[in-house]
Each structure stands twice: as C-alpha cells, then as structure tokens.
Design a protein around this ligand. Structure first.
Ligand code: OSB
Ligand code: MG
Length: 381
C-alpha cells in the first residue's frame, strides 16, 4: 500500500481530574495524532509524548520535529507491506520511540484493514489461541492531597468495578499510604508505581513493604537503570516490575539476563510500537515473567491499540487501560466502558483498530495541524 499523505494533529484534551506522579501533575493531555492515507484507507496513530520531559525525554515538540522532519519523510511514498517494514525503515533514527510508535500504530491499523482483520487478530496471528475477547484491566490513581483522599478515590473505583488498584508513590508519600490502603482494603489487588523516584539505598523502605501483599512495585529506581533493579530484587519480597527501563526488546533481554524484574509493563509507545512490543511479549513469556500493558492516558485511538496488544495470550496481569470516562469527558474516538462484573474491557473486533474517529471532535481539540504530502524534496539524499 502506497503511503500517500500524512496528517499530524497536535492536540490538547482536558483530563477529568488532574493526574499526579512523582515527576509532576498533569491537568491536560497533550498528544500528536497521526493519520496516514493509503490507497483509500485511513490509518490512525497516537504519539503519547507529554508537554514536558518528565516520564520520557521526548516532548510534544520534540516528537513533532522528529515526525515532521525525519519519520514522515522517511515513510511517505513507500509501499507498506507489513508493519515490520516501519520498524526497518525507521531504524536509522536513534531513540524517539514515542514518535516512532505513532507511525507504527497507524501501519498496524492500515495493514489489518487491508487484510480484513482487527489489529488484535493480526497481532495474535502467531498464537494458536488467537486474541482474547476481553482483557483484564485496573486503574492507575494519581497522587492525591492526602492519604484519606486516596482511600476515598480507591473506594470510588472499587465500587465502579475496577479489580486492581495502582497507586503512585514518591518520597514522603509511600509507606504510610501503602499501609493505609492495605489496612482499608485487605483483599484488593494493590500495586505501587514510583516512576523512578528512588535509589538503591532506599531498599529498606521497600523491604518494609514486604508484609503488605502487594501485587508488585513498579519502576522504583532510575528510568534508565536495569542493574540496580537487579540488586534490589533479591532484597525484597514484592514482585518487581519494570516500566521506564525497558525501551526495546534488547533491554528486555538485558533485564531477563540480569534477573532484574519479575514482571514487565509493556507500553507499546515506550518501545517504538506494536511490533517491538510483541517481541518483548514473546521474550518475557518464554522467560516466565509476568506481563501487562501500560498506559499513557491515551485517547480512544491509542486505547484501542493498547487493547489489541493486551489481547495477546501472555498478558495475564491486569493492564493500565481504564474506561474512557476515567480520563475524558469528551473523546475523539469510540468510547470504552468497563465490564464491571469481571474488571475487563472488551477488545474491538472491527477492521483495523475497530473504532470511529470523530474528526469534528479532533478538530475541536487541535492546536496545530499539518498535512505532509509525498515530495522529492523531503526524501533523504
Ligand atoms: O508510569 O505508568 C506510568 C501515565 C502517564 C505516564 C506514566 C504512567 C502513567 C499511568 C497511567 O500510570 C496509566 C493509564 O493510562 O491509565
Ligand atoms: Mg509506570
């Protein structure tokens, strides 16, 4: 399929409630939506880089630059056969996984539509069991003004049917919060996410959480560290999960070799896309690690693609994919609801991502839009 033109939309969408982490507070979600037009079909992708370089070094502005000046010119005019072509075409651009993943996602959407498959079906082709129909999900609760306020938010979300609670922690807001949550909700699946806020010297703090029966502790140490996590892991009882440190299938391999984690949170955007995410799924599954799909407060476009990935057989732990109403009053694509009876979300089955993008709603949240057409002046010498 010849990739004819690509539209980039820089968007900003107000969140239903501010989302606090160890690196800051987000009130509006910035993103870049990528729309690829190819032989009568439309493929959608979402770049989840934030306004500020907190979770990742990439920002909306660096991603715009990398997409407009390098990635889009590299793929425009090319003949897309399979999504892995994108991984191959973009290999000369070092880093910038969040920007690359947006193109990769659109390529999965386009090729699945061409094949008459959902992205979930296309991703699951190598596995005899096929994609799951519903995936287990949980909710990620940002930092709150107090422990009491956090307990209220947990109770609210348990009442909605979420079967797994993730709490964001940071120095000074950790053990007391974890103890209070466990005391108030003795049987709930509770996990903590530190977003790289601690050092190996803080091992005693995590050891003090050994008796809290936590589902896991996510990314306690450096964002680019695998080694210190391998040192922390034997010192604590709680399963250790890596998020930020796993930026590629190679990094997953290093983490497995160093026995640095029990579980991997696979965010397709963090690892340059769905092809690489599936490779990590395969490596981690073969090594007996736990797996789930992470989130970046995606719009309905990104959420549909997260669900397709989470439908692979190795993703057995609850994923950070919540209902649309948890993030946005108004979304730019099909809304997703929680199946409260079993804390799942149903995977779309329509062709490609299986969603309708509301282009009027997209225009309403767009700050900046550019259409890039194939032109020889954009091609690399
Ligand atoms: O670390 O998992 C994270 C959101 C933004 C940046 C980093 C993270 C998160 C979340 C939210 O935890 C997960 C979701 O999309 O619901
Ligand atoms: Mg995380």
């Amino acid at each position: 399929m010849k990739l004819e033109h690509i539209d980039l939309y820089q968007i900003r969408m107000p969140l239903v409630s501010p989302f606090g982490t160890s690196f800051g507070m987000t009130t509006d979600r910035d993103a870049i939506i990528v729309k690829i037009t190819a032989e009568g079909l439309t493929g959608w992708g979402e770049c989840v880089a934030s306004w500020e370089p907190g979770y990742s070094y990439e920002t909306t502005q660096t991603a715009w630059h990398i997409l407009r000046d390098f990635l889009v010119p590299e793929v425009l005019g090319k003949d897309l056969q399979e999504p892995a072509d994108v991984q191959h075409w973009l290999r000369g651009v070092r880093g910038h996984p969040l920007a690359k993943a947006a193109i990769d996602q659109a390529a999965w959407d386009l090729t699945a539509q061409r094949d008459g498959l959902s992205v979930a079906q296309k991703l699951a082709q190598p596995y005899p069991e096929g994609p799951k129909e519903r995936v287990k999900v949980g909710i990620s609760i940002g930092t709150q003004p107090s422990v009491a306020a956090t307990l209220d938010v947990i109770a609210e979300n348990l009442a909605k049917g979420y079967g797994r609670i993730k709490l964001k922690i940071k120095p000074g807001h950790d053990i007391e919060l974890a103890r209070a949550a466990r005391a108030a909700f003795p049987d709930t699946l509770i996990m903590l996410d530190a977003n790289s806020a601690y050092r190996l010297e803080d091992a005693p703090l995590f050891r003090a959480m050994d008796d809290l029966n936590l589902l896991m502790i996510e990314q306690p140490l450096g964002h680019d560290d695998i080694y210190d996590h391998s040192q922390l892991r034997p010192l604590i009882q709680s399963p250790l999960c890596l998020d930020e440190s796993i930026t590629s299938a190679d990094h997953a391999r290093y983490a497995i070799a160093l026995q640095a984690c029990d579980i991997i949170n696979v965010k397709p955007s963090r690892v340059s896309g769905w092809t690489e995410a599936r490779q990590i799924h395969d490596l981690a599954r073969a090594a007996g690690l736990g797996l789930w799909v992470g989130g970046m407060l995606e719009t309905g476009i990104g959420r549909a693609a997260q669900l397709a990935l989470a439908a692979l057989p190795g993703f057995t732990l609850p994923s950070d994919i919540s209902a649309t109403e948890r993030y946005y009053h108004q979304d730019i694509a099909t809304r997703f609801t929680l199946n409260a009876a079993d804390s799942t979300i149903t995977v779309p089955t329509g062709p490609g991502l299986g969603i309708e993008v509301d282009e009027g709603a997209l225009t309403a949240v767009t700050l900046h839009h550019q259409t890039i057409r194939y032109s020889p002046i954009y091609t690399n010498p």
